[in-house]
Write a protein that binds this ligand. Sequence first.
Ligand SMILES: *[C@@H]1O[C@H](CO)[C@@H](O)[C@H](O)[C@H]1NC(C)=O
Ligand SMILES: *[C@@H]1O[C@H](CO)[C@@H](O)[C@H](O)[C@H]1NC(C)=O
Ligand SMILES: *[C@@H]1O[C@H](CO)[C@@H](O)[C@H](O)[C@H]1NC(C)=O
Length: 485
Amino acid sequence: MEPARRGGRGAMLPLLGALLLALAAGVSAWPHDGAVGHGAAGFASGAGGERRYRDLAQRRMESVRSSFGATRRDLATASAGARVYHVTDYGADPTGAADATDAINKAIADAFRAPSNATMTGGIPDLGGAEVHLDGGTYLVKAPLTLPASGGGNFRIHGGSLRASDDFPTDRYLIELSAKGSSRSYDYEYATLRDLMLDCNYRGGGVSLVNSLRVGIDNLYVVHFNSDGVAVSGGHETMIRNSFLGQHMTAGTDPGERRFTGTGIRLDGNDNSVTDVVIFSAATGIMVTRPANSISGVHCYNKATGFGGTGIYFKSPGLTQAWISNCYMDYTSIVAEDPVLLHVSGSFFLGDANVVLKAVNGVARGVQVVGNIFSGRDKGVDIVQLDGKFATVDQVYVQQNSATGMTVKSTAARGSAEGNGSSWTVDFADVLLFPDRIGHVQYSLVAGNEFPGHTLRNVSGNQVVVATDKAVSATVHVLVDQNTN
Ligand SMILES: *[C@@H]1O[C@H](CO)[C@@H](O)[C@H](O)[C@H]1NC(C)=O
Ligand SMILES: *[C@@H]1O[C@H](CO)[C@@H](O)[C@H](O)[C@H]1NC(C)=O
Ligand SMILES: *[C@@H]1O[C@H](CO)[C@@H](O)[C@H](O)[C@H]1NC(C)=O
């Protein structure tokens, strides 16, 4: 409970007294110290009830002060075990009118004073669970909130909104976990950024994580970014979850959609996961340039592929090692350059969104696009499409997908031909994904009472030709697979 935390044990009784007084006076909520301590624009005018409210809070503060004989600032930081740093205690203006950069950075710096000599991975100081609390305010920042280069782990920043000023540097991020010039492998560990709304004001980006380990990005709403919503560089195990990212506040069919730029999430590192995230406007939803990242439960309607957007882009040709499941690609496609180990399953593609395999060196190996559903607009768009020529194709499985209004492409197919003669052709060119590639064929010939000699004549051009040694009336059933195994 707030008062107990603030005052410490010694202040419990006066606080309770004030609380009871407040309740008796019909006050329904307990004000936050920060709001009161800094003039509280919201309480300054208005009814007598509000004034009473303020007076009570003021009295409470005085009793806390006298019982400690110290300033509130000292209370927040000095009492043993109280490691919650309220930015309003540092003079940060929670109304968003005045620049709060220095105040919040001071709170962060204090939170980074390690309470013990305990360390985490590679000697990162263990901050013991310190919290930088934004007190539910909105803060204007003219420069990034930066973490001390000394590094730190086991801390969180949460509970408020940040808005970039009109002169915020366009190449920076509102919150930066980055220790420039550090010689450590990792500088920040088990950091949590939670319950934050970040308004980048079309200046820079939202969050930048550099060489960080085990970071939680949880319940963020990042908007108006010019570069990226969240950018992860190096390090590993950043979990981006339950968050909403968009360059523009829009709910779809935005008249300006063709002009959306920026990237919702950029993963220039490995071993990260993105789960339960919505990206509602950006040229690229998620850009992945390193292997071993997983994406699940993501809804991308950031910029329709028809307008030049991409939902999820894998730009790590030859080393994809990524798995996507349970996603909703809403008019936005998945693009993978030279996919090597890529899994896409259980996802819904709407509005002609598809999976594009883009050839760089022409290698596709270990690709599974299986068990997805696609809905299109009868424009003949392929559910999986090749962009360029693939010379090396190995273990590529595009199978058991279902579509309406789009053309199903597959790496395995079945078909049949019936007629009277000595040659039967089953054409798989429309359904097979790779041109002129059949790795495996199985056929059976049904010819009533006849018993002709027959053979597989030709499989070029994704067509299977079966011939008999005499003219018969027959049906030929064929199974083909573009893989050889
Ligand atoms: C941390 O280590 C230093 C140097 O060994 C020592 O002087 C200090 O007492 C230690 N502090 C704590 C809180 O253990
Ligand atoms: C198949 O073709 C042969 C020769 O052209 C003809 O004799 C035979 O009647 C045909 N059989 C059928 C079922 O059409
Ligand atoms: C198979 O068919 C293609 C195209 O019709 C042809 O060019 C090729 O020579 C045929 N191969 C054989 C072994 O008959």
